[in-house]
Write a protein that binds this ligand. Sequence first.
Ligand SMILES: Cc1cc2nc3c(=O)[nH]c(=O)nc-3n(C[C@H](O)[C@H](O)[C@H](O)COP(=O)(O)O)c2cc1C
Length: 141
Amino acid sequence: MSTAVVIYRSRSGTTRRYGEEIGAHLRSRGLETRVVSIGECDLERLREADLVLLGCWTNGLMVVLQHPDQPWLDFARDLPPIPGARVGLFTTYKLATGSMFSRMRAALAGKAGPIGLELKSRSGGLSDGDRRALDRFIETP
Ligand SMILES: Cc1cc2nc3c(=O)[nH]c(=O)nc-3n(C[C@H](O)[C@H](O)[C@H](O)COP(=O)(O)O)c2cc1C
């Protein structure tokens, strides 16, 4: 069975909810899935995962200068290389994600291969489009 780890950084709960919904969808597709905050993540066990989804709330000046917050950047810095995993990103936001995904990708440079998925939500709920994107991500060889 394939394994997935969903790792979130959430300030007030929305990104945690989104991560949990992503995790529930992956489980419904038969993946053994753990959903953890960045503080709970066991970095050593991460190497065993086939899929790794990394999420953070969107921090910025609402319409410009979006970036992951410092705890997420510290987490990304300390992350061991996970070349064997397929990696996806997710965020929650209010107005615009802007440079959020490019900043997340930059923080992961050299640790992961190409990022195969970027999901975003205002509410923390999973849309039908998100479900389809997750299904494609799972099925990508
Ligand atoms: C200090 C601060 C900065 C924010 N900057 C942005 C922003 O630049 N763009 C945006 O769309 N939302 C922004 N937001 C909204 C949050 O990204 C949004 O509410 C998010 O869902 C919070 O996730 P959380 O509940 O997991 O902490 C900001 C919120 C805060 C508190």
